[in-house]
Design a protein around this ligand. Sequence first.
Ligand SMILES: [Cu+2]
Length: 126
Amino acid sequence: MKKLSLLLGLVLAGAVVLAGCGGKSGGDAGGNGGEVVDLGTIELKDYEFVPNNLDLKAGVTYKVTLKNTGTQVHDFTIEGTNISKVVQPGATETLEFKLDKPGTINVVCAQPGHKDLGMHFTTEVK
Ligand SMILES: [Cu+2]
């Protein structure tokens, strides 16, 4: 009888440890969601983005610095979203954004004609 209750105690202790692990990993994921990941600087030139790819994950908040080194007004716009930032020639702006779903996104300059001049790229959201 004593042996059985000891065994039961061990099983219960194991269950508590497992539950504790599950709770901890959930908490960590929430912590990552709260922080902002800095993507560095993207240069907006006449008429291209440099660099023209990004390493993105859904659900993460990113910050990007947009530097317009061209002679025209440019913008950084993610098609199909309301994520967009206009940058005047010679100016630098920062933009924070978060994408909810994985998939392929199109980043474009929405100024008239600029996309057709090559100012766009596609990138993967994991
Ligand atoms: Cu442009």
